[in-house]
Design a protein. Structure first.
Lengths: 304, 298
């Protein structure tokens, strides 16, 4: 168990390192930020001074190491645009992404699991067909289309909810967009896993020994169907980050995705790199937690 | 041999199942036609487009669908905030979106199949590295890399195809590798080797043909995802740059004028959604028809 955790931990570190290096390489392919930052009429001496103050005149690997150490200690590397320290800036925005993500996930679970169960119990009936259609639509319609549609109906046409900004009422539409996306996946997965479980011998045994259907579901079916769904948490996580990057700018929700997209258009490279790295760390940590949780729930995984 | 023995040995007649038109068949037909239509549109946009997609006509801003233009024709789907014909932009936008989608798909499929073949057939250290990379890929949201790449390195057609291809190869590699690992243990591979076939010949003549089904299935699903990736990037302003029309850019522009001109937002949204829906459906049907054993969740 412990060696499994260590191995996964090492793997996560490699992932984060790889991502940060890739991002750093892209950053260097982009060209000289000093030239981009200054107006075209700037004198060469000014460009040189800015390059030195940004530490751009040193070799790439030195800049990588210094960028990363300064980044983590948060003292010297600053956002070009906000003239702010990176880590506090990014963490500050990260909290708003987490607010969106956690509430969206909770609502998706609360709706998706019962609907998936209902669909699996009433297979090929109207409710099942409806659930499958919703699932296909939810996965095919891009997040930004859903977001714009919701915004059009609720904020522009009927004006019951604010268009954009930070606040409780403002969170409704972005959360709803994320829910549309995640619920579809959750529903489909849970339905197909339950159908798989329903065909197992132990379910027939449980039913034939006279267990009530509710007890069969909660005691036997749910726990076994939950394991593969947990495995797919990585997939959900991908949709979550995608959601953040796409949905936050649309609703001007100041999360990590918003910060990243803003910084892209402002050519604020340190923030782009920092935000991507922090997102990578976050994803790696959640993946690790999911893996450990899975071993804890399902002892069969340990031998792998 | 007595006549009665022959009667016993005769196999029971299996009555072929009558072919019936199912909802799935109809759906497959409809979605294949939609996708085919979009593809034709992207190859010969002139067939449908009635106007120049980048020609601005500030006198005719935000005209509703069906509004007559000055030259005796109409704007079938209206005009956008710069007076450009929405239908023509949609048709030419299909070109940008699908070129990147198909280009990335082919490049990704080529690379993925090659990597999958090598890793699955070779096994050992190569396999372990490839599996590690695939796992990392699948556990990490590629959109982050795509955004950083597009924003820092550039948004030319070639870069975008590359960005999309680098997302596209993973699923091909994963599935082909798994297939190859089971195929290489089969008798016909041993037989081929016994007859003196080299690795390359075995891979090309005996292993690869047996992976075609799954490759097609993955391609069906993947096209939709790659189109979605392109649309997302262009929506964020990181796709093909204006004035060349792309669906994501059209939607991003339309967002600001939703109240005045719903048609500028609705039609690109529908185009993107329909494309992704069609390919998902196509992938699903292909899977049911070609390879029932392939796992349902990919």
């Amino acid at each position: 168990m412990l060696s499994f955790v260590y191995r996964r931990l090492a793997q996560s570190l490699v992932t984060v390192f790889a991502v940060s290096v890739i991002v750093f390489i892209f950053m260097n392919l982009a060209g000289d930020p000093a030239i981009l930052l200054l107006p075209p009429e700037a004198r060469p001496a000014d460009v040189q001074r800015l390059r030195e103050s940004l530490g751009l005149n040193r070799p790439a690997y030195v800049r990588y190491v210094s960028f990363m150490t300064h980044f983590w200690y948060g003292d010297q590397v600053k956002s070009f645009k906000y003239n702010d320290r990176l880590l506090p800036l990014i963490l500050n925005h990260l909290q708003w992404t987490l607010v969106l993500a956690v509430s969206a996930l909770a609502i998706s679970l609360a709706i998706g699991i019962p609907l998936g169960t209902l669909a699996a119990r009433r297979r090929a009936r109207a409710i099942d067909v409806a659930v499958r259609v919703i699932a296909v639509l939810g996965e095919s319609v891009p997040a930004f289309v859903t977001a714009i549609l919701l915004m059009f109906v609720f904020a522009v046409q009927y004006r019951v909810l604010p268009v954009a900004g930070l606040g409780v009422r403002n969170a409704v539409l972005p959360v709803a967009t994320l829910v549309c996306l995640q619920m579809a996946i959750l529903m489909r997965l849970f339905r197909s896993e339950l159908l798989e479980v329903f065909s197992q011998d132990y379910i027939r045994t449980a039913r034939s020994k006279g267990l009530r259907e509710g007890a069969v579901l909660t005691r036997h079916a749910f726990r076994n169907a939950a394991i593969p769904v947990l495995t797919m948490a990585g997939l959900l996580l991908n949709y979550l980050v995608l959601g953040a990057v796409v949905v936050e700018p649309i609703f001007a929700w100041p999360g990590l995705g918003w910060l990243m997209v803003q910084s892209v258009s402002a050519r604020d490279y340190p923030v782009v790199v920092g935000a991507a790295t922090i997102a990578a760390v976050l994803v790696a940590v959640i993946n690790l937690a999911v893996d450990v949780l899975q071993v804890w729930i399902d002892p069969r995984v340990r031998t792998v | 041999m007595a006549a009665s023995d022959a009667a016993v040995l005769r196999p029971a007649r299996v009555r072929p199942r009558r072919w019936r038109l199912t909802a799935g068949d109809v759906g497959l037909f409809v979605f294949a036609v939609i996708l085919g239509l979009f593809t034709v549109m992207s190859v010969w946009p002139g067939l449908i487009a009635s106007h120049d997609p980048i020609l601005q006509n500030l006198m005719d801003r935000h005209r509703p669908p069906g509004y007559p233009d000055g030259a005796g024709a109409t704007y079938p789907l209206g005009t956008d905030h710069l007076g450009r014909d929405v239908l023509s932009r949609l048709v030419y936008g299909a070109r940008a979106t699908l070129t990147i989608g198909y280009g990335g798909l082919m490049l990704g499929a080529g690379a993925g199949v090659l990597i999958g073949l090598l890793a699955g057939y070779h096994g050992g250290q190569v396999d372990r590295v490839v599996v590690g990379v695939i796992d990392t890929y699948l556990s990490f949201p590629y959109i982050l890399i795509a955004i950083v790449w597009a924003s820092l390195v550039g948004t030319t057609l070639l870069t975008l195809v590359l960005i999309v291809a680098v997302r596209g190869w993973v699923d091909f590699a994963r599935v082909v590798r798994a297939q190859v690992r089971s195929i290489r243990e089969r008798e016909f591979v041993t037989a081929a080797r016994g007859l003196g076939a080299g690795d390359l010949q075995i891979l090309a003549r005996h292993v690869l043909p047996n992976t075609v089904g799954p490759i097609l299935v993955i391609a069906g699903f993947q096209l939709g995802r790659l189109v979605l990736l392109e649309a997302t990037l262009s929506f964020l302003g990181l796709g093909i740059q204006p004035p060349t029309p792309a669906w994501g850019t059209m939607l991003a522009d339309a967002r600001l004028y939703m109240r005045q001109a719903w048609w500028t937002a609705v039609f690109p949204s529908a185009a993107i959604s329909l494309t992704v829906l069609s390919t998902n459906f196509l992938g699903d049907s292909l899977r049911d028809r070609l390879d029932p054993t392939l796992q349902r969740r990919i």
